[in-house]
Design a protein around this ligand. Structure first.
Ligand SMILES: CC(C)(COP(=O)(O)OP(=O)(O)OC[C@H]1O[C@@H](n2cnc3c(N)ncnc32)[C@H](O)[C@@H]1OP(=O)(O)O)[C@@H](O)C(=O)NCCC(=O)NCCS
Length: 349
């Protein structure tokens, strides 16, 4: 791969102060010195970083809230969500945790929380960025939580839409939120032909093919270039001003591309989102004239290379259940289905 290396964004900040690398709201591990005279010299705490000011970090740990003077921090980093089951890292993450992680890879222009539910708006650009993600506890009874979401979208002149995740092939009627929405006159499968679910697929980094001498050269750029955006616009409808903000809205992202030497134009693109322990692939597209020539494989190999450099052992993506060609491609590369989601919106929307 040519171009700038994928820098690990939380390693680049505040080089002298490890606590400066942490992200508020993320799961973190912090090693810090104990007061003089303590039996152990230092200890570790694992939990969610609640806040950070000039002096202290506050971490919500399973044993309560811990306030740590920043000058005592020896080492610190963001870490992936905890495992929900046994197995390799790309399968053991829970559905809600992976959904919340993926939401950080595709950040809407306006976001709000309702407990752990996420409300997102990015006018007319993608279902994901214009839907509520109802995972975890909304801190209100379900009916009132849905009222709240409907009102939030009404205030923005938008129809409410919910992105409801569940196990592979799930029936939304078997999901608590899904069943409630159906009882309120919502329909499932909105925006997908034949009402297919969207598949969330994951793979271990180790399974992905490496770049070879035969691979077309891939360029990686931390900035969104107009040329990349133009190619992206060939693959889907974009909304000037909104699309750019969503594409660049994550904490870290890389824009990969392969150039067609003949025409000089980009023949294939992909966007990589960077998370603790995970890489996400978005917007993979190869110009129809250049398909089945290994360009998409090279783009994914370049993502894998950047993920390896940044210590991200797992990779995720989302693909519409009716996109049979792309599903065959991802399966060929070693991805398997982690879970599904579907959109529910009022039937008259
Ligand atoms: C899916 C897509 C990215 C594949 O790009 P590509 O450059 O043609 O893929 P590759 O040449 O690297 O394919 C590698 C292998 O994947 C499989 N594959 C790729 N496209 C396939 C298809 N349409 N049907 C079945 N298998 C396919 C094949 O096994 C292929 O190897 P082969 O050509 O030797 O048989 C391309 O078809 C595309 O841009 N589609 C539209 C956008 C899209 O759906 N993106 C994915 C969103 S999740």
């Amino acid at each position: 791969m040519t171009g700038p290396a994928a820098t690990d964004p939380w390693d680049a900040r505040d080089a002298g102060d490890p606590s400066g690398r942490l992200t508020v709201g993320e799961r973190v591990v912090v090693r810090y010195r104990l007061p003089q005279g303590s039996e152990a010299g230092a200890t570790d705490v694992l939990g969610m970083l609640r806040s950070r000011d000039e002096q202290d970090l506050v971490v919500d740990s399973p044993f309560g809230q811990v306030r740590i003077p920043r000058r005592d921090v020896v080492a610190a980093k963001d870490v992936p969500p905890p495992p929900a089951r046994s197995g390799p890292a790309h399968t053991r993450i829970g559905i809600a945790d992976l959904e919340l992680l993926m939401a950080k890879g595709w950040v809407a222009t306006e976001q709000s929380g309702l407990g752990s539910w996420l409300l997102r708006s990015a006018p007319r650009f993608t279902g994901r960025a214009n839907s509520a993600l109802p995972v975890g506890d909304p801190t209100l009874p379900l009916e009132r939580a849905v009222d709240f979401v409907e009102n939030w979208y009404r205030q923005r002149d938008q129809k409410p839409m919910f992105q409801v995740p569940g196990p592979v092939g799930f029936d939304p009627a078997d999901d608590e939120v899904g069943a409630h929405l159906l009882s309120r006159g919502y329909a499932a499968g909105v925006g997908q032909s034949r009402g297919e679910h969207v598949r969330v697929m994951t793979a271990p980094l180790a399974a992905l093919p490496a770049l070879t001498e035969q691979s077309p050269p891939v360029t990686g750029d931390a900035r969104l270039q107009p040329e990349w955006l133009m190619a992206y616009g060939e693959s889907r409808t974009t909304v000037p001003g909104i699309t750019e903000r969503v594409l660049t809205g994550s904490r870290g992202q890389l824009f990969m591309s392969v150039r067609d030497e003949g025409s000089g134009r980009l023949a294939g693109i992909a966007r990589m989102a960077i998370h603790p322990g995970w890489a996400g692939i978005f917007g993979l597209w190869v110009h129809p004239e250049h398909r089945r020539g290994g360009i998409a494989t090279a783009l994914v190999s370049a993502v894998a290379m950047a993920a390896k450099d940044n210590n991200m052992p797992s990779v995720y993506l989302q693909v519409s259940g009716d996109n049979t060609g792309a599903i065959a491609f991802w399966e060929e590369l070693g991805f398997s289905r982690h879970h599904d989601y579907t959109y529910l919106a009022p039937a008259d929307a």
